[in-house]
Design a protein around this ligand. Structure first.
Ligand SMILES: *[C@@H]1O[C@H](CO)[C@@H](O)[C@H](O)[C@H]1NC(C)=O
Ligand SMILES: *[C@@H]1O[C@H](CO)[C@@H](O)[C@H](O)[C@H]1NC(C)=O
Ligand SMILES: *[C@@H]1O[C@H](CO)[C@@H](O)[C@H](O)[C@H]1NC(C)=O
Length: 250
């Protein structure tokens, strides 16, 4: 065994150590799995505190963030500013039931990623996340020439403003009006009756789809694990050679 600790073994040992160090340097830093942080996007926008509160109160913030990981079509969010909420009729939000608040928020979300140019030519009405037995509540978009898009609910009409984010899987566009659905804020008799708060005793829990554990799943990627395994093998080799040398020297 004495011959094991030859200069060539020492060179091999050094070389292996060097290769491991290099592999370690090249290993990609563990990324936060590229998850979209909607809170960060809206906070950066600086004028969406009411929207963020509503998104949180209705649990839709976590819903959207977790669904972004699984929905291959992406999402588009139309984000009303704080001013937009302030210019609503007093009490307009408070008189909504919890279920209706959820619907109102979902009406601002489409289960598909749209760029501005998509919206210029999209066919109306565009499906939103707000659904009920009678069907899905839709938004209408009309191109105004150039890059200008108007958005209409049947109750309000406004222009799409600067994107806060326009990158798959999530687009977020500022709107200066709260998008009031016809189904909740329409003026006809039938609509008005359907907008009435649900009577006591009827189901009043918001229809929030279950989130499951998707949001809290550990984010170790297989790549990281493989890299770690490779490194372990390398260290084992160095250790082994080192022990052989030490044995030879003693
Ligand atoms: C998202 O961004 C907010 C604000 O920047 C931050 O407080 C929060 O920790 C972030 N969440 C995740 C999951 O990174
Ligand atoms: C939206 O567009 C569709 C199709 O053009 C039309 O039938 C519907 O009335 C429009 N709705 C509103 C609220 O403008
Ligand atoms: C588009 O929206 C703007 C702002 O709300 C409005 O002034 C304009 O008349 C709209 N254009 C059309 C064609 O509806």
């Amino acid at each position: 065994m004495a011959s094991t600790c030859t200069p060539s073994t020492l060179i091999l040992l050094t070389l292996t150590t060097f290769l491991i160090a290099q592999a370690q340097a090249q290993a990609p830093a563990p990324s936060p799995s590229g998850a979209v942080n909607l809170t960060a996007i809206l906070e950066k926008g600086g004028q969406y505190t009411t929207l963020m509160k509503l998104l949180k109160d209705t649990q839709q913030l976590t819903q959207i963030e977790s669904q972004l990981k699984s929905n291959s079509q992406g999402f588009t969010l139309f984000a009303p500013t704080d001013n937009a909420f302030q210019s609503l009729k007093p009490g307009a939000l408070n008189k909504l039931s919890d279920d209706q608040k959820v619907k109102l928020i979902l009406f601002h979300v489409t289960p598909k990623y749209y760029t501005i140019s998509d919206l210029l030519t999209v066919s109306n009405p565009v499906r939103t996340q707000a659904t009920e037995k009678e069907g899905t509540w839709g938004l209408n978009f009309t191109g105004q020439g150039g890059n200008q898009v108007n958005i209409s609910t049947g109750v309000v009409q406004t222009q799409l403003n600067n994107p806060l984010r326009e990158k798959f899987p999530l687009a977020v566009y500022q709107v200066d009006k709260v998008l009031l659905p016809l189904e909740l804020f329409g003026t006809t008799k039938t609509r008005a009756s359907s907008a009435a708060p649900s009577p006591k005793g009827s189901k009043s829990t918001p229809e929030i789809p279950s989130v499951g554990k998707a949001g809290s799943a550990p984010s170790d990627s297989p790549k990281d694990t493989n890299a770690a395994n490779g490194m372990n093998v390398g260290f084992g080799l160095v250790l082994g050679l080192g022990f052989i040398c030490m044995g030879a020297l003693s």
